[in-house]
Write a protein that binds this ligand. Structure first.
Ligand SMILES: [Zn+2]
Length: 116
């Protein structure tokens, strides 16, 4: 437990040059600026950071999943947006499969209803 607290520990402090006031206890850095910094880094080389996340997951799946869960709880609207996008992408990618499943489903239903 104290290990998880360490990286998440923040405190209200002096506003940074952008006026943010939440800072990490451990290093005194502005939380929002640090997040923006990492986002910029990620956008500049997504594959590198995706690979890093995969490696972290392989090294300690439990920890990675706990962190993801914590993030999801803190960002429910981002999770909803992600799910919406993912399901739309899936529908586009698997249009044929979904249609075949719907056809099979209708057929199975008609067999049941017509077999009196
Ligand atoms: Zn800041």
């Amino acid at each position: 437990m104290p290990r998880r607290k360490r990286w998440a520990a923040t405190v209200a402090g002096e506003p940074c040059k952008f006026g943010h006031t939440i800072r990490y206890l451990s290093n005194g850095r502005c939380v929002e600026c640090a997040a923006a910094y990492w986002l910029r880094k990620y956008v500049s080389d997504p594959e590198k950071y995706r690979a890093r996340a995969r490696a972290a997951y392989r090294a300690d799946p439990g920890k990675a999943m706990a962190r993801a869960k914590q993030w999801k709880q803190a960002n429910p609207e981002r999770v909803r947006e992600h799910n919406r996008r993912a399901s739309r992408k899936y529908a586009e990618k698997n249009r044929k499969t979904i249609r075949a499943m719907q056809r099979a489903w209708r057929k199975a239903k008609s067999v049941h209803t017509s077999g009196s």
